[in-house]
Design a protein around this ligand. Structure first.
Ligand code: SAH
Length: 354
């Protein structure tokens, strides 16, 4: 890709309009480009056949139409598929296609950064070297490429792959708006979920801008004095502040917020932690909690047993007064489940688990 050349992908319609005007092209061309990318799924300027050769040549000379490059593909027994993409030379991310058992819901889990600056003790992505933010087109191209490969369309998008979305706020939100836009991917705002490890500055910005998307906070520890020991983000954005921001979210936007909670025996389970979590749920009130058993095995910790999960979840269900969802972890056999995205494997291979 040539440096500094205008990238047609990942731009809002207004930006394309301005660009077309700068080239002396008619204003309606901008919408044709926008729809060509997201509705017609064109992958090169050659496919814009309604454009005269002259218009196409002008665009080719002044803009680029890049694609991220597929590296590996891993296919799980449960139908989950994990893809590694090279977004730029030497910069790889992972993207996961997650069909539900009944096939009604098809989720794509996308990355927002190459690696992550945070270092959550249970998450494999934190072990990678951080190599920067993704641009909006690189975020959206994960979806365009995956949908082309699987020959299907996602019903839901979650910003829960590699990276901390609030550390790449503007590119992430721009991508979410193009996903939501009727001339873009035309996905309902409630089908788009943005997740944060708890960067309160980003959450506040999200509230102030009255963003319509679903929002999740990876809470993961209910004790203000212990949360930093598993999530370093808590040093800068302490739990009390985070919960205050979560309450602000539910009050000002009048919407439910989701808490994600990775269950780790001897770390954040047991009665005391369950009690603290119940208090948090009651104080935020308009929330639901998704619990997830620890997926990774590189840590000193183990996955909870069925009984441990059962006990923890029953207590929360009995006392919290909020919905508790015990999340399945699809794609564990291909390291495609939550917390497992860490670029393991060899380039250009395709592995199918049977
Ligand atoms: N940085 C953002 C986006 C990543 S979402 C965030 O933290 O929200 C990834 C989700 O997977 C988070 O909810 C995280 O808590 C969860 N997770 C991380 N490691 C995990 C593991 N080993 N097992 C289960 N879930 C994990």
């Amino acid at each position: 890709m040539k440096e500094d050349i205008f990238v047609l992908k990942g731009k809002r319609l207004a930006e394309l309009q301005e660009f077309c005007a700068s080239l002396g092209l008619e204003p309606y061309r901008a919408k044709q480009i926008y729809q060509g990318i997201y509705k017609n799924r064109y992958s090169s300027l050659e496919q814009f056949t309604t454009f005269s050769k002259e218009v196409r040549e002008k665009l080719k000379a002044n803009a680029s139409f890049p694609e991220i490059q597929l590296g590996r593909e891993l296919i799980s027994k449960d139908g989950t598929r994990k893809f590694t993409f090279e977004v730029e030379p030497g910069k790889e991310v992972e993207t996961v296609w997650i069909p539900s058992g009944d096939g009604d819901r098809k989720t794509i889990c996308i990355s927002s950064q190459v690696g992550c600056t945070l270092n959550c003790a249970f998450c494999a992505t934190g072990l990678l070297e951080y190599k920067g933010n993704l641009q909006t087109w690189q975020i959206l191209d994960q979806i365009l490429q995956v949908e082309k490969i699987v020959q299907d369309r996602a019903t839901n998008i979650v910003f829960m792959g590699m990276g901390e979305p609030m550390h790449n706020y503007f590119s992430v939100l721009k991508a979410a708006h193009i996903l939501n836009d009727k001339d873009g991917f035309c996905l309902g705002a409630k089908r788009i979920t943005i997740s944060t490890a708890g960067v309160t500055t980003g959450i506040n910005r999200f509230i102030e801008n009255k963003e319509p998307f679903n929002f999740a906070i990876s809470l993961n520890h209910p004790n203000p004095n212990a949360r930093s020991s598993v999530m370093d983000v808590n040093d800068k954005h302490p739990l009390e502040k985070l919960l205050e921001t979560a309450r602000r979210f539910t009050q000002e936007l009048d919407r439910m917020i989701t808490f994600e909670y990775v269950m780790i025996p001897d770390v954040n389970m047991g009665r005391e932690n369950a009690e603290r979590l119940v208090k948090i749920a009651r104080s935020v009130n308009k929330c639901k909690i998704n619990v997830i058993p620890l997926n990774t095995d590189f840590t000193k910790w183990r996955r909870p047993t069925e009984e441990e999960v059962g006990e923890f979840v029953s207590y929360l269900r009995a006392k919290s007064g909020v919905p508790i969802l015990n999340r399945r972890s699809p794609g564990r056999d291909i390291n495609g489940a939550c917390g497992m995205l860490a670029l393991k494997g060899t380039r250009n291979e395709k592995i199918v688990q049977t």
